[in-house]
Design a protein around this ligand. Structure first.
Ligand code: FES
Length: 159
């Protein structure tokens, strides 16, 4: 090492070169594992007093409807017990939702069909955490019975 290099080394040391490494900001912790719960989607997609449906995790042929009422979430089978209409696209009023196809009505807090109380929808645990809606274990099985009177005042046209 020549004189020039020695001078450079001394200057680097005196000037604090190379500068001390700046620690990178810590990455946010990964979402906590939620045993028995599966994320459905961002909770921002479900407004207060509204409903939204998502594919049922692990069952591509089924859909779950999630409702938000007074800050609480409720999840039930989206397939109407009348003729499989999309309940999650129905009209929400208070604790009830009216199927958009023929107006069968449900209490989404219990899954009870108000039009035919013998029928009840499957319901799941559901919660909101870290900006996501998480679907939990099945609370109760729902009916598999289908058919019945229309409730919309329209006549069925027989062909
Ligand atoms: S399919 Fe829902 S009321 Fe007929």
């Amino acid at each position: 090492m020549g004189l020039r290099d020695r001078i450079k080394e001394r200057l680097k040391g005196a000037l604090g070169f190379p500068p001390p490494a700046v620690a990178a900001p810590a990455a946010p912790p990964p979402p906590a594992a939620e045993p028995d719960f599966t994320p459905l989607g961002p909770s921002s997609l479900l407004a207060e007093g509204a409903a939204r449906s998502w594919p049922l995790p692990g069952s591509p042929d089924r859909v779950v409807a999630v409702f938000r009422r007074n800050g609480e979430l409720f999840a039930m089978d989206n397939a109407c017990a009348h003729e499989d209409g999309p309940i999650g696209e129905g009209t929400v009023r208070g604790n009830t939702v009216r199927c958009p196809y023929h107006d069968w009505e449900y209490d989404f807090t219990s899954g009870v069909c108000l039009t035919d109380p013998e029928r009840r929808q499957a319901c799941w645990k559901v919660k909101e955490l870290q900006g996501q809606i998480w679907l939990g274990p099945l609370l109760r099985q729902g009916t598999t019975i289908r058919g019945g009177e229309h409730n919309d005042g329209l006549e069925v046209i027989q062909q």
